[in-house]
Design a protein around this ligand. Structure first.
Ligand code: HEM
Length: 411
């Protein structure tokens, strides 16, 4: 399923921001390497601009404009037809996923019901499990001396963690992990749909089991939540669970891969952060500012309005480029530069979003990323890129790295 790609050469040299915006398509493989240069040119020239790609949408690249949209759910709905985060779901496309795609009271009721599973304390309670699966995975890798860390590590841990939060038993977590990795690695849409259908049936089984006998896990909670006087339908629940798994898996796997690539590119940073949990925490936060794993999500304009002086019509689809906001020169000095000791500016970065839909899983993501990096640096202290290997960044619904072929001294 081609959601991200970094395989194609970068696009031409057009520097007219309006023209660049006009042809901007975040799913186009050609933009991966130079994505932030392109977005920077567009942002400085036209922070609200129309793209003619993907049936037309409005690309928002400026910090103030993105924040305004995300903080005004009455003017900008989280339900977006065919654009944004829901593009990662293959099945149940006609259903509207509670919380992710809903607004106002309905959204509040859902979000309030799920909050307990995502508090800092709930995230901390997962740390031991995260560490245990990191160690087990890395123990298996050490004797091999070489591996692609994306396939063998960054994509292995997060699906097991979100599976556990949902309340799946160990074998079911392993099933989930294998199938979601296969789903997002599928080369064709037909293959993705085939895996997607099996995956949807599996989730439906889990949902039905919990309808009869709800437990104390996240999925049971989702099955029993009442909003607007009713519980969610099976289709809504399957779509929502697929989005929840994607939110927990794709983001963290991609963020971890980007973090590892940065450590490979910057030996001083690597030396400073190895064994220092607090610095690793700062590293993760600056990484989420500089190259957030969630690159762009969408909104729909609910009534004719204006944004940054540009008229928008009801029904216009907007794409919020979170990573571009985080480099906006109006708010961040040298925003294009990754800096571990960046002074926390008064402007919070938007890598976790803002407003009503701000990332619910951010505490969990922080724990996962810190522990995954801590354990990797401990287990494979001299990992390095294999000779002649290059690691290509990807860009799409999420930002990551296609593969990290590395080697290390066998012990
Ligand atoms: C580095 C990792 C992550 C990043 C950068 C990230 C980023 C984001 C962003 C930007 C949004 C807002 C989207 C919008 O307003 O349109 C969001 C929403 C969300 N994220 Fe994350 N996320 C990450 C990890 C996670 C994890 C591990 C989970 C756990 C399940 C999670 C769960 C969610 C949920 C449930 C929402 C939707 C909240 C709502 O609609 O009210 N995220 N995330």
């Amino acid at each position: 399923m081609v959601l991200n790609s970094g395989d194609a050469p970068t696009r031409g040299t057009d520097t007219d921001p309006t023209a660049l915006a006009r042809q901007f398509n975040h799913l186009d493989p050609a933009i991966a390497e130079g994505a932030y240069e392109t977005l920077g040119t567009i942002r400085r020239g036209c922070p609200v601009a129309r793209s003619g790609e993907l049936d037309g949408f409005v690309l928002i690249t400026g910090y103030d404009e993105i924040r305004e949209v995300a903080q005004a759910p009455d003017r900008f709905s989280a339900y977006v037809d065919g654009l944004g985060a829901a593009a990662v779901v293959t099945e149940m496309r006609e259903a509207i996923a509670p919380m992710f795609e809903t607004d106002d009271q309905h959204h509040h009721q859902w979000r309030r019901a799920l909050t307990d599973f995502f508090t800092p304390a709930a995230a901390a309670a997962q740390e031991q499990y995260v560490r245990a699966i990191c160690r087990e995975t890395l123990q298996g890798l050490i004797p091999r001396g070489a591996a692609d860390l994306v396939a063998s590590y960054t994509q292995q841990v997060p699906p097991l963690v979100i599976g556990r939060v949902l309340g799946l038993a160990e074998l079911e977590r392993a099933w989930l992990s294998e199938h979601v990795r296969a789903l997002y690695a599928a080369d064709t849409l037909t293959e993705a749909h085939q895996i997607g259908r099996v995956y949807a049936d599996f989730l439906l089984g889990q949902i039905r089991e919990r309808r009869g006998h709800p437990g104390r896990d996240l999925l049971s909670c989702m099955v029993t939540v009442e909003a607007d006087g009713r519980t969610a339908s099976e289709d809504e629940l399957v779509k929502m669970t697929m989005l929840m798994v994607a939110a927990g898996h794709l983001t963290t796997a991609d963020a971890c891969a980007t973090a590892i690539l940065r450590l490979l590119e910057d030996p001083v940073l690597r030396e400073r952060t190895a064994g220092d949990a607090e610095l690793l925490g700062l590293f993760v936060e600056e990484l989420v500012r500089h190259e957030p794993a969630v690159t762009a999500t969408g909104r729909t304009v609910t009534a004719d309005t204006q944004l940054g002086g540009i008229p928008l019509s009801a029904g216009d689809r907007l794409l919020l480029a979170w990573g571009s906001a985080n480099r906006d020169e109006r708010h961040f000095d040298d925003g294009e530069v990754f800096r571990l000791d960046r002074e926390r500016s008064r402007t919070p970065h938007l890598g976790w979003g803002t407003g009503e839909h701000r990332c619910l899983g951010r505490h969990l993501a922080r724990v996962e990323l810190r522990v995954m990096l801590e354990e990797l640096l401990r287990a494979l202290p001299d990992f390095r890129l294999q000779p002649d290997a290059t690691a290509r960044r990807t860009f799409g619904v999420t930002r990551g790295v296609a593969a990290l072929p590395v080697q290390w001294s066998r012990r």
